[in-house]
Design a protein around this ligand. Structure first.
Ligand SMILES: Nc1nc2c(ncn2[C@@H]2O[C@H](COP(=O)(O)OP(=O)(O)OP(=O)(O)O)[C@@H](O)[C@H]2O)c(=O)[nH]1
Ligand SMILES: [Mg+2]
Length: 262
């Protein structure tokens, strides 16, 4: 199963250089003292083995780095914008979307790997930089350059360690919510879950396992009954299968296994 999201990124803009002249009692016409602007913060992706899905990206579409500060009087530099590091699941593929094309730019295949995806703008120069023997009162400055903007697609292949399988309305989603931080829909009718949900379960030893809640399967699913057998293929790829059955229920999940190998 593939999880994917599209997001927009903007690195911070560089701050503008300042135009200013030193003024003080007794020095009414001092020299130029406009400082330089700070650089904009860049945006990085960081591979994180403790993240399993791209769920966190669904609530936010735009990610922006911090702008650099403008230059100040007295040759004061503007502050550099802070870099923005965005965690993505280990194994995420990063595509840039350009003119309708998708270009693979990074494979986040090592835990902790960092990838510079949008470079911050460069701070402009203040008028102090433009002083010369022939021009004691320069009014030139340069503005900061813009941070890079990118349209990005993130894609991660989700491989669950454990799949919760069972009849519709058996309590699979309820169990997933209890075991993990997933917050999926639970309701007292069959086929509430229409596509597989995943959650990360934190074990006491610090390890994480990915648990998948599979849509309800009924007898004959492999022949297209209920939601059909589309998800049986998904189940096939999962290491461990955990049958879920309501204690009060007399129905058995055994028959479902006929459609599931392994
Ligand atoms: N009595 C009882 N009810 C439960 C238990 N677990 C879940 N339920 C209830 O059973 C109903 C179905 O729960 P879900 O978690 O949505 O079941 P599901 O297996 O994901 O259902 P589908 O997605 O429709 O296949 C809800 O009303 C739950 O509150 C349980 O252990 N005991
Ligand atoms: Mg469900």
């Amino acid at each position: 199963m593939i999880d994917l999201v599209k997001i927009k990124l903007r690195a911070g803009n560089g701050g503008d250089g300042k135009v200013s002249f030193f003024r003080e009692k007794g020095t009414p016409k001092g020299g130029p003292d406009g400082g330089d602007g700070g650089d904009g913060g860049s945006v990085y992706f960081v591979a994180n083995r403790n993240m399993a899905t791209l769920r966190d990206f669904r609530t936010k579409e735009m990610y922006a780095g911090e702008d650099g500060g403008h230059g100040g009087k007295l040759k004061m530099y503007g502050a550099d914008g802070k870099d923005y590091r965005i965690s993505v699941p280990l194994g995420t593929l990063v595509y840039e979307l350009k003119e309708g094309r998708e270009v693979l730019v990074a494979d986040m295949d090592d835990d902790g790997k960092e990838f510079l995806i949008a470079r911050g703008g460069i701070g402009g120069r203040g008028n102090f930089r433009f002083r010369s023997s022939t021009n004691q009162t320069p009014i030139q400055y340069t503005p900061g350059t813009l941070g890079e903007q990118k349209d990005i697609k993130l894609e991660v292949k989700l491989v669950a360690d454990v799949g919760l399988i069972g009849l519709p309305n058996a309590g699979k989603s309820t169990l997933l919510n209890k075991l993990t931080h997933a917050n999926v829909r639970v309701a007292n009718y069959p086929f509430t879950t229409l596509s597989p949900n995943l959650g990360v379960m934190e074990l006491e030893n610090g390890e994480n396992i990915i648990v998948s809640d599979i849509p309800g399967l009924i007898e004959g699913a492999s022949e297209g009954k209920g939601l059909g057998d589309e998800f049986l293929r998904h189940v096939d790829g999962i290491g461990g299968k955990c049958p879920v059955q309501l204690q009060e229920s007399k129905k058995r999940v055994g028959n479902i296994r006929q459609g599931v190998s392994g």
